[in-house]
Design a protein. Structure first.
Length: 176
């Protein structure tokens, strides 16, 4: 495959990848994080029961994390794409090599994230069914909810990396 075809495919895959990342961050992760903060805050202040407080704490903590991650990823993406495009134009082989290294790390982290969400789910199910405390049962249910959210978000994110990584590898091979 000629380098120009591989480069064009890479640029297309790069734009699709980063557009998906930006959209997921700003349309799903950030709004869900903000809603989680509102819901958790409401439960914490208005719901006096142990169950409500057990649900509220993960919603507040994960709401903070999701809001920060969603805003950071969503707002940094345009500058990240511009920097990558500039690097591709000035020194394509070095830019591709750096991006392959970065994406290798990204792809290598999926098993860890899966383990984290599985631990949330197992801990949540254990708390819900193995305890008699309303607080711990509420905590467990919220952990199961966020395990599902994490699996969903990372499921889409992981699948978005594959075509981009393949295009990077193809362009790197064609450029040699």
């Amino acid at each position: 495959m000629p380098a120009t075809d591989a480069t064009l495919q890479l640029l297309e895959a790069m734009h699709i990848y980063f557009q998906g990342e930006k959209t997921e961050a700003l349309v799903f992760i950030l709004p869900l994080g903000l809603l989680s903060l509102v819901f958790g805050g409401w439960l914490f202040t208005d719901g006096g029961s142990g169950f409500a407080r057990g649900v509220a704490i993960p919603f507040l903590l994960m709401g903070l994390v999701m809001s920060a991650v969603g805003a950071t990823v969503g707002l940094r993406t345009p500058a990240q794409v511009a920097a990558l495009e500039s690097a591709m134009h000035s020194d394509a082989p070095a830019a591709r090599a750096a991006e392959v290294t970065r994406m290798t790390k990204v792809n290598g982290a999926w098993k860890f994230y899966l383990a984290v969400w599985a631990a949330f789910a197992v801990a949540g199910i254990a708390l819900r069914f193995a305890t008699h405390s309303d607080f711990l049962q509420g905590l467990g249910i919220a952990l199961v909810f966020f395990a599902g959210v994490g699996l969903l978000v990372d499921g889409f994110a992981e699948r978005r990396t594959h075509p981009y990584t393949e295009a990077l590898t193809a362009a790197q091979s064609a450029g040699k």
